[in-house]
Design a protein around this ligand. Structure first.
Ligand SMILES: [Zn+2]
Length: 66
């Protein structure tokens, strides 16, 4: 399963592993650091991903889309 996070600065979609959850990462495009939502937030993401059978998309505010 892939975890996708949108950079809040440049909007680039970063492909992450689930181990990046609840950590601060740096965008490779612009260098902006931002927080990846933690697994509590990702619980709903995982249920979305189960339904979608694909990647899950999160943003800095913990919003989740399938
Ligand atoms: Zn960026």
């Amino acid at each position: 399963m892939k975890l996708l996070a949108g950079c809040p600065n440049c909007g680039r979609t970063l492909q992450l592993s689930l181990s990046a959850a609840d950590r601060r990462i740096a965008c490779p495009a612009c260098g902006r650091k931002f927080k990846v939502p933690d697994m509590r937030d990702l619980q709903k993401a995982l249920s979305v991903a189960d339904a979608a059978k694909g990647a899950i998309y999160v943003d800095e505010n913990g919003n989740v889309d399938g």
